[in-house]
Design a protein around this ligand. Sequence first.
Ligand SMILES: [Fe+2]
Length: 341
Amino acid sequence: MRQSSATGPWDGIRSPETSETPIDVADVILGQCLMRFSILILGICLSFFARISNTEGPSTRQTAKHANEHIMSEKLIPSNPADVMVMRHVTPNVVTFSVPFSRFGTMKIGGRGTLVKMTSGDLAVFSPVALTEEAKAKVSELGGNLAYIVALDFEHHIFLSEWLKAYPTAKLVGPEGLPEKRAKQNDPKIGSEPFATVFTKDKKSTTRIGDDFDRDFDYEYVDGHANKEIVVNFRPDRTLIEADLFFNLPATEQYSRVPEKQKQAGGFLARHFEGLQDPQGGSNKWMKRFNWFVLAKDRASFNESIRAIAKWDFVNLIPCHGDVLEGNAKEVFQKTFEWHI
Ligand SMILES: [Fe+2]
């Protein structure tokens, strides 16, 4: 249940559960404006999300427009991922594959896949990006047996087939609705391979992935989030991995190998979006409002999930969008989601 303290989104606003706090009209107006603006932006984002991303799949409207969309995506994503990918160990067992990715060709939010070597010796990859020769070599270096390919949400799935083709014994994991969504695609990159584990709202508390995976990971299906997030924590290295639950912009690392000119934010909207998704900037109230009003579609369930995640022991946080948090991740997470905890 939402808290009605002065730290919540109703800070200064009369809470529906308490009439003790005076209404701050400006805050109400700002909140409403943000909510409506954000819903508009989110709708546009979701519509174009998969079509233009190198990490996220196309929408179900694959029609004659596909050719043009393909051309558009070529302008937006790198055609040479190996040349711009940053591959590095966050810990000895956790490797990130960071690539540039710009929403609308202007919001530089970056993309990232993460490879983990479990204590069993087998590997798991989360929200995979392009499988470059360097990425393949890293898989081999870490033992070579990829056991799990996890789509961390409803959107980050386009490279599942590419990885599964290279590692056909791996098991696919994802959120409800994703297998059906993929089956409807008319895209050569997206197959309709069966999923070994699909998280659903009703069965999420009893859904298990595998003995080896379960030994190493905490995981929570945030069904209340607009994009159906699966959040995991690799306990041995105290590293949380997620997709769209939490952005940490600007995406410095993901743009570190592109020409300087391309690193600059596109325009007014892009700069302000980046500002809104900087959890370490100021009180990050706008980011909190975005989470509260826009992304938490089922707020009660969302809050329950956030409280579960907040109990995990982690110090690093690897987002798909923006820079990796190392050492202080738990504090930043709690600050960002304090209204939900
Ligand atoms: Fe995303």
